[in-house]
Ligand binder design. Structure first.
Ligand code: GRF
Length: 206
């Protein structure tokens, strides 16, 4: 009995260690600090996903260099305004058996047909406590409005900007000393913690 349990345990560990982890894609436009934290976290043994594909809409996105160093399949395709290119990205995702698309600093709005194709399987991280401060310059606006707290939100992506169903939020206090930049750094630290972990949770059900 014990040896059977051991065998099953061994098989499960191997399954998660090797190629049988669930594949995700990460879409970026810039620095890619969230991408890094996701890739690092996914390399842990018990984590059930791996980053199989990285898509950037910008050729000079720093995150692409990281993708190359890590030898993760990466593509630079500015696809959101072209249905032909959008379909190309969709076919890359399907070919690579992508179960979840994670936007991490992806600065374009996804077209409706694209979202429909991956319904309920596209998530985003946003640096504010949604529904407050959708869009850009969230930290400056939160400080200007004398908010006591700010934070970040992971949410499903729908056709409206930063408006899909909220999955998780974490808040932090805005102090008198905070500038837009210090607040950004504080919130990024939280993002790097929660995003990789919530991705793992979501994937249990996909
Ligand atoms: C993060 O603050 C994220 O919440 C927002 O864009 C920023 C991306 O940063 N959507 P990075 O490229 O992951 O460093």
């Amino acid at each position: 009995m014990l040896s059977i349990i051991k065998k099953i345990k061994f098989y499960l560990m191997k399954k998660l260690d090797g190629n049988l982890k669930k594949n995700i894609a990460v879409f970026i436009s810039g620095k890619g600090s969230n991408l890094k934290s996701i890739v690092r976290y996914s390399s842990k043994k018990k984590i059930i996903y791996k980053v199989k594909v990285i898509i950037s809409n910008k050729p000079n996105a720093q995150g692409l260099l990281f993708a190359k160093k890590q030898k993760i399949k990466n593509y630079c395709i500015n696809f959101t305004e072209s249905k032909r290119l959008g379909n190309r990205v969709l076919s890359i995702l399907k070919k690579n058996d992508i179960k979840l698309v994670c936007l991490a600093g992806f600065m374009k709005i996804l077209p409706a047909y694209f979202i429909k194709n991956y319904k309920g399987k596209i998530i985003n991280i946003h640096p504010s406590l949604l529904p407050k401060y959708k869009g850009l310059n969230t930290h400056t606006r939160a400080i200007k409005n004398n908010e006591e707290f700010s934070g970040c939100t992971v949410h499903y992506v729908n056709n409206l900007l930063d408006s899909g169903k909220i999955i998780i939020q974490k808040k932090t206090r805005i102090t008198k000393k905070d500038t837009a930049n210090s607040l950004k750094q504080k919130i990024l630290k939280i993002e790097h913690k929660i995003y990789p972990r919530i991705i793992n949770k979501i994937l249990f059900n996909l």
